[in-house]
Write a protein that binds this ligand. Structure first.
Ligand SMILES: Nc1ncnc2c1ncn2[C@@H]1O[C@H](COP(=O)(O)OP(=O)(O)OP(=O)(O)O)[C@@H](O)[C@H]1O
Ligand SMILES: [Mg+2]
Length: 205
């Protein structure tokens, strides 16, 4: 080295700086959105906010808080929910249910696939609304179906799984909302989770 800076060294350094600042930007966007969603969750939980809300708004909002995580993959989430399904209930736990289902698909459904698809669909009748969540991943075996709602049941023990996600989903749907939940779909044909809720919450939370 003769103490001179060559053009290619400088260009390399500039490219490196650009890459680093893009990384920092992505990380801070992700932290920001995580903090926002934690704040939202704690507000929802501490105030037990019950209100009238539009189902499509809540689901779209939840999916957008998960965008930073989705952006690190090529998976996509499709929403098929008509506008104007108005629910008189607790929006916070519904967000948690959708979050757990999406996180599960990302974690378990696509081990060898770069681009998987999740689909959230909802329909309503006078007194109920049904939300179905499906992915086109590896699916769920009959064996796992039998135990999926058990606390601490996970196929990723020691790999970060605690087996609380679907147990929580089950409890929120059945106990908090007074609804029902079932697992459909077969091994190799994607997972499908169907939950049915009353449109007006009757139980005290
Ligand atoms: N979309 C899916 N596709 C395939 N398998 C799934 C899917 N969702 C859940 N599972 C299976 O069900 C098990 C239980 O899921 P659950 O969310 O309760 O636990 P976990 O995801 O392993 O851990 P945690 O959610 O507590 O971090 C998972 O370990 C996985 O085997
Ligand atoms: Mg989980």
């Amino acid at each position: 080295m003769n103490g001179k800076l060559s053009r290619s060294n400088l260009e390399g350094f500039i490219a490196y700086c650009r890459e680093s600042s893009a990384l920092i930007e992505r990380a801070s966007e992700r932290s920001h959105s995580l903090i926002e969603s934690f704040k939202q969750v704690s507000v929802d939980q501490s105030s037990d906010r019950r209100c009238e809300f539009d189902l499509l708004d809540i689901v779209s909002h939840t999916v957008s808080t998960l965008r930073p995580m989705l952006r690190t993959t090529s998976h996509k989430v499709e929403i098929d929910i008509p506008e104007g399904i108005i629910i008189d209930s607790f929006p916070g736990p519904l967000e948690q249910i959708i979050t757990n289902l999406i996180t599960n698909s990302i974690t378990h459904a696509f081990p060898d696939r770069e681009a998987g698809t999740m689909r959230i669909c909802a329909r309503h009748t006078e007194h109920h609304f049904t939300v179905s969540f499906e992915d086109d991943g590896v699916g769920i075996s009959d064996d796992i179906k039998l135990r999926i709602f058990d606390p601490f049941f996970t196929t990723r023990a020691g790999l970060g799984g605690s087996g609380i996600g679907m147990y929580t989903v089950y409890n929120l749907v059945t106990t908090l909302y007074g609804g029902t939940i079932e697992i459909d779909g077969r091994l190799g044909r994607g997972a499908k989770i169907i939950a049915k809720f009353p449109i007006v919450q009757r139980k005290a939370a």
